[in-house]
Design a protein around this ligand. Structure first.
Ligand code: NAP
Length: 364
């Protein structure tokens, strides 16, 4: 196989530790990679005046593939999320979050095998907001009232929820194409169309139109209200296959799905566009564990498995996945979070790098 040049964004918090573990595992699996390290986040603000320097975007555009650690988003003040900006700048419209059971994680469920396809660029995450008391908020409130569309309390802050035909069409097509390419049997569109008629209602209408295009594909289509979906996921997760959701529901439901399979330390993800793909775990930077060699790198390593499949390194992807499954099912060398779920105590857990060593040892 040819050498791959991949952009590596270590991130902050536990990011540098878990990406180091991931990198060691990928290299030990025999993949020839040149990592182009690109820094983003609060730490580069002073030097570049932005948490997402243009050089990072250029590197990803050039290499087409990146893998990252989590990046902290300061609450209330400071910059907007680098993670959201990256997805918008590169138009990474599909967020793929598989949730599958791995024996040995101590998860409450067995046999979960769901793929969550979350729309990544619009909905309430479009970032179109009007601060309470601002001129813009005032004008919008007056406009809404003048159109007879309803009354908004004058002391409101407002976030817009745009959902487009084109944005919905491409994400639902992505979900069907993913289902077909991976031998999956059903796509479920998740929404709240009964209440949000012009945003989620549009999402459902377009999803049904796209499902018609795939009528002969062997992939079944159904739709579910988001609250009912959450209840059904907890009750009988095995009934679901591929879920396709607007941005906010996708974010929430993918954390729920992570809970089904043993927690955030296990759940991988990918952000995919027509040009580039950026792989990253579902979880955040868990600042309280930063620098302690404690965090579970499984989600980061499984994100690399998705990446290896994406770049055609299927043999290495299978090898890494098998290594992760073996170490977890043996249960002797697992990180604090898994040990705690299994035994109620963290006694006998191993650190981030020792866990990576245990995976690497399975390659021998
Ligand atoms: P978080 O970083 O995901 O951590 C929440 C909790 O989940 C941790 O305290 C820990 O629980 C568990 N956890 C997460 N990752 C783990 C791992 N690798 N190994 C073991 N346990 C893990 O969520 P947060 O504290 O809400 O967010 C922190 C920062 O990350 C925020 O600034 C947020 O905006 C950012 N964030 C970034 C991304 C991204 O870069 N894509 C995504 C989400 C959030 P226990 O303490 O119970 O063990």
């Amino acid at each position: 196989m040819a050498k791959h040049t991949i952009t590596l964004i270590p991130g902050d918090g536990i990011g540098p530790e878990i990406t180091t573990a991931m990198r060691r595992v990928v290299e030990a699996a025999g993949v020839d990679v040149e990592w182009e390290v690109a820094e983003a986040g609060a730490d580069v603000m002073d030097k570049h005046g932005t948490p997402l320097p243009e050089g990072v975007l250029e590197s990803i555009r050039r290499n087409k593939v990146a893998i990252k650690g989590p990046i902290t988003t300061p609450v209330g003040t400071g910059f907007r999320s680098v993670n959201v900006a990256l997805r918008k700048e590169l138009d990474l419209y599909a967020c793929l979050r598989p949730a599958f059971s791995i024996p040995g994680t101590g998860a409450r469920y067995d046999g979960v095998d769901i793929v969550i396809v979350r729309e990544n660029t619009e909905d309430l995450y479009a970032g179109i907001e009007f601060e309470q008391g601002s001129e813009g908020a005032q004008e919008l409130i007056e406009f809404v009232e003048s159109r007879g569309a309803g009354r908004i309390r004058p002391d409101s802050g407002i976030s817009l929820k745009p959902i487009s035909v084109s944005g919905t069409r491409r994400i639902v097509r992505f979900a069907f194409e993913h289902a077909i390419a991976n031998g999956r049997k059903k796509v479920t569109a998740v929404h709240k169309a009964n209440i949000l008629k012009h945003s989620d209602g549009l999402f459902l209408r377009v999803a049904r139109e796209v499902a018609e295009e795939y009528a002969g594909s062997g992939v079944e289509f159904e739709d579910y209200i988001v609250d009912a979906t959450c209840m059904q996921l907890v009750l009988r997760p095995e009934q679901f296959d591929v879920l396709v959701l607007p941005n906010l529901y996708g974010d929430i439901v993918s954390d729920l799905a992570a809970g089904l399979i043993g927690g955030l330390g296990i759940a991988p993800g990918a952000n995919i566009g027509d040009e580039c793909a950026v792989f990253e775990p579902v979880h955040g930077s868990a600042p309280k564990y930063a620098g302690k060699d404690m965090a579970n790198p499984t989600a980061e390593i499984l994100s690399a498995v998705l990446m290896l499949n994406h770049i055609g390194e299927r043999e290495a992807a299978d090898k890494v996945l098998a290594g992760v499954k073996r170490v977890l099912s043996e249960g002797a060398q697992v990180t604090y979070d898994v040990k705690r779920t299994l035994t109620g105590s963290v006694d006998g857990c191993v650190g981030t790098q020792a866990y990576a060593d245990a995976i690497i040892a399975t390659f021998a």
